[in-house]
Design a protein around this ligand. Sequence first.
Ligand SMILES: *Cc1c(COP(=O)(O)O)cnc(C)c1O
Length: 384
Amino acid sequence: MPANLRTWIEIDKKAYLHNLSFIQQNFKGPIISSVIKGNAYGHGIEQIVPLAQDGGINHFSVFSLDEACRAYSVKNESSTLMIMGFIPNDSYEWVINHGINFFIYNASSLQQAVKAAKKVKKKAIIHLEIETGMNRTGLDEDYLDKSLRIISDNKNHIELKGVCTHFAGAESIANHVRIKRQIINFNRNLNHIKKKGFKPELIHMASSAATIVYPRTRKDLVRTGILQYGFWPSFETRIAWMQKYKHTIDPLRRVLSWKSSVMHVKTVEAGEFISYGTGYFAHEKKKIAVIPVGYSDGYNRSLSNNGRVLIHGKVAPVIGLINMNMLIADITTIKNVKAGDEVVLIGKQKNNTIQVSSFSEFTQQVNYELLTRLPEATPRIIKN
Ligand SMILES: *Cc1c(COP(=O)(O)O)cnc(C)c1O
């Protein structure tokens, strides 16, 4: 593969498009907003947006302004961008001028938006985020009324495009009662908004998990993140889906692989320690491969003596401490390994696979966390 790269991430275009069509076929009706926060869950905003557009997606959700700027630079003119979270006070003009939708979760940011809209002479396109029980962002009832008054007073500067909320953990049955209560609270607030004469076009509340577990939360738009990358929000949601539709194999495909190549090979005599300190003792003669990937690349240090990589399609255990820029794999039982041979850190090689979820056994990370911690600096390459 790319001989000049130390480590890289491959994005499997076919797998990604397969997942998109799974989503499009199973969740017919609502607009599918592709959630690309967290650098598109580690897959790369600049890589995923064009692929998604190839697959027929024309709505994207990000968390913050910086992500919106990156998505804006690669999206088609006809695609809509929506910021679900943070916008610095001095950036509303840019956001409004570029026609970007955004969540309003307090009255003061709405005032900022009005001011900016007047200045750039363009309407701010807003979605009111309602507090329904997550107790994070979201307008409480008195702030909601205040916001509605501001909108009424500024009809020429504000377009109330959407009303939305977010669930506090739809991926777990343990939260069932809380989610149901959120749905009731949302409907009450929505009726209140409608009674005051507002007609928001897009009602939305579902992330991937709610889309799967609570179909009636799909409404006008669903904000699907993790599913498009081939992961389920939780083990429970995967089992629920597969049982309901009698799948025997996972209908989603993993999109991302993480690779490197062997940098150096050597033999270590029995009785020696390998890598820093005394973390690994060679009881017998060992052959090792040094791989130029370390914790600075997002390879968690707690995988010291715990991780596994693939070389020649075989599992090679990580031995010794993970260094800042290198790790060491035991290749004693793998023949003819030489510098330059491909190493798979996540993904498939011949008949073996290293899964993202295998990392969580040792690092306590959920898929979401591991993926989004893959450094932005690591090159993403699209495999057609
Ligand atoms: C991240 C996020 C989503 C998408 O969540 P997934 O579980 O990845 O589908 C949807 N809505 C909001 C507000 C989010 O922050």
